[in-house]
Design a protein around this ligand. Structure first.
Ligand code: C2E
Ligand code: CA
Ligand code: CA
Ligand code: CA
Length: 279
């Protein structure tokens, strides 16, 4: 790239160039997808470790674009956060989740829906209010909704009174907060005192290491005990094997989520899973 009028040549590597290009394509297509409601939400069960009963499902955004194909959340979410479109994704997912929660509720299925929110979304001073408005508009009882925030979020929220206030406001209405990705390196235990967290979700990287060493086992056992000693519900994510489940159960973990139970699936599959487990 030769800058106009200058003689200094800014040469971007081919890879950088491609990445920038891809990002701007995703941004454009995402705007369109949001406009045309082309995003979808899949749901993954969070089950009682003892009974296998589905307690809640985590809403995870899915996007397959006509032109660029499937864009995975791990690529989509960072770009959306950078461009601010995460707020639009959030609005969409929250509304979908509330509508679906109400639908299940009306079908007599006892099931909560968990949504993921990023710190960027809570920087909007009206976030809590807009969530409460969505609950009202969809006639969704607050107790059906849980919100996952990441440990990174917690660290940043600690310094921002307005975020803490909004979280407390939502908690007072009956919404439960789950601390996602627990243990991934932003450990500052102060947020435990400041934020209204009800559940600790042990990050899947720990669960993946569970069967590899005794050291890993002691670490994860300690994490579960820590959560229990704080009177929190402990949930483990990324549970793929029966062996992992058994160890976690021995440690006193309350709930699990992962491929052992189910991958994220469309809502009708959840309905079938629920109905077959009720009967
Ligand atoms: P997360 O919140 O930590 O979600 C867990 C991820 O692990 C999901 O990936 C899920 O499909 C995957 N997973 C679940 N069980 C297993 C398992 O047993 N083994 C393995 N290997 N993986 C498992 P997904 O759906 O691709 O989402 C990736 C990340 O994108 C999420 O991580 C979350 O941080 C973000 N994300 C997804 N949807 C949303 C959304 O609507 N809003 C926001 N802010 N973030 C979202
Ligand atoms: Ca999550
Ligand atoms: Ca997680
Ligand atoms: Ca994660």
């Amino acid at each position: 790239v030769r800058e106009a009028g200058g003689d200094n040549i800014v040469s971007l590597s081919n890879a950088t160039h491609k990445a920038i290009n891809r990002k701007s394509i995703i941004e454009k297509r995402l705007l369109l997808a949001l406009d045309q409601q082309n995003l979808k939400v899949f749901y993954q069960p969070q089950v009682d470790i003892h009974t296998g009963k589905i307690l809640a499902v985590e809403a995870l955004v899915r996007w397959e674009d006509d032109q660029i194909g499937v864009v995975k959340p791990e690529e989509l979410i960072p770009i959306a956060e950078e461009t601010g479109l995460i707020n639009n994704i959030g609005t969409f997912v929250i509304e979908e989740a509330c509508k679906q929660a109400v639908k299940w509720h009306k079908e007599g299925l006892d099931l909560k829906v968990t949504i993921n929110l990023s710190v960027r979304e809570f920087r909007d001073k009206n976030m809590a209010k807009s969530i409460l408005t969505t609950l009202e508009n969809t006639q969704c009882p607050a107790k059906l909704i849980q919100i996952e925030i990441t440990e990174k979020f917690a660290l940043e929220a600690e310094a921002e009174t307005s975020i803490i206030k909004q979280m407390r406001q939502l908690e007072e209405e009956g919404i439960v907060f789950i601390l996602d990705d627990f243990g991934t390196g932003y450990a500052s235990f102060r947020y435990m005192q400041l934020l209204p967290i009800e559940t600790l979700k042990i990050d899947q990287t720990f669960i993946q290491s569970l069967l590899q060493s005794e050291k890993a086992q002691r670490l994860i056992h300690g994490m579960v005990q820590f959560g229990k000693s704080m009177n929190l519900t402990v949930l483990a994510e990324g549970v793929e094997t029966k062996e992992q489940q058994q160890l976690l159960q021995e440690y006193g973990c309350d709930a699990i989520q992962g491929y052992l139970i189910s991958k994220p699936v469309a809502e009708d599959v959840i309905t079938k899973l629920m109905v077959s487990s009720v009967n």
